[in-house]
Design a protein around this ligand. Structure first.
Ligand SMILES: C[S@@+](CC[C@H](N)C(=O)[O-])C[C@H]1O[C@@H](n2cnc3c(N)ncnc32)[C@H](O)[C@@H]1O
Length: 269
């Protein structure tokens, strides 16, 4: 696993004193980063398995849709931000051909170690690299990637806008950003069921099956305090992304956001 100093990005900001939400709890910036780290450390070994169980396997279909939305082509260089156990990268490799490469970039080494073992067992071994670091301050030069994909990661950032600005910076002109994220905007008739599922079943399943009620209490809470798809789209436009759109999946539980770097409608070269 590569370890790189965070030189290219603008550097970590110091904003101690401000409050950030870790689920329904308000914490300092430093504490949020520490808690997110601890959260994924505690569930890394069971993360993939719990994802499949809690989403009834739907996360695989959501991830396929997200990767399809990235418009990948053979030879592309793709960043899988907050890539964790490497699902998006491994899917992307089906399209990237022999010359294409995917980089899993994540601040949690334990999550990436699970991903590395998966990558080694896959036909894509050798085309996926793993780099440890913070999405809010990346070591990659401006305009490096044809596409940046992030699945279920943006919600966990301490400074969401800083992370999105970094993603915009490392994308090539006309590069595509795809963000797969949970949403609290659920179809009205499904919402009561989903709330019971989220706040009763998920923490219970977390305690019994993953040994952590806390981790699976954070998950539904973090979804409820995160931006709506419309709000996230506004942030993306504010940063300078164009052609910003989103598609709701499975009654709104998950959403695929898509955005482009550069002038709207300009054909990709
Ligand atoms: C819910 S997991 C998603 C993993 C993978 N993308 C997937 O969909 O299965 C969120 C990941 O984001 C990572 N993460 C959270 N904040 C991060 C940050 N600021 N920089 C890099 N990675 C971060 C966590 O370590 C974790 O592996």
């Amino acid at each position: 696993m590569a370890h790189q100093k965070q030189e290219e990005g603008k550097g970590r900001r110091t904003d101690e004193g401000e409050a950030y939400s870790f689920g329904y709890t308000s914490v300092s910036a430093q504490e949020k980063t520490r808690l997110v780290h601890e959260h994924f450390d505690s569930i890394a070994g069971k993360y993939d398995w719990m994802n499949s169980l809690l989403s009834l396997g739907l996360h695989h279909a959501w991830k396929r849709k997200a990767v399809a939305a990235a418009g990948l082509a053979p030879g592309h260089l793709v960043l899988d931000g907050c890539g964790g156990t490497a699902d998006l990268s491994l899917l992307a490799c089906n399209t990237l051909g022999e010359e294409g490469r995917a980089i899993v970039y994540d601040m949690n080494r334990t999550m990436m170690q699970v991903g590395q073992r998966k990558a080694l067992r896959s036909p894509s071994a050798g085309r996926v690299a793993f780099v440890e670091g913070d999405v809010e301050c990346m070591p990659f030069p401006d305009g490096t990637f044809d596409a940046v994909m992030v699945a279920f990661g943006i919600r966990n950032l301490t400074h969401v806008e800083d992370g999105l600005r970094e993603i915009h910076r490392v994308l090539k002109e006309q590069g595509t950003f795809v963000c797969l994220e949970f949403s609290k905007e659920i179809t009205w008739w499904f919402k009561p069921l989903y709330d019971v599922y989220s706040f009763a079943f998920m923490p219970l399943a977390g305690r019994v099956l993953a040994g952590s009620r806390k981790a699976y209490t954070y998950l539904p809470e973090s979804i409820r305090v995160f931006a709506t798809p419309g709000e996230l789209s506004n942030v993306l436009e504010g940063i300078g992304f164009t052609d910003v759109s989103f598609t709701k999946l499975t009654q709104g539980i998950a959403v695929v956001h898509r955005a482009t770097k550069g002038s709207a409608g300009r054909p990709r070269t």
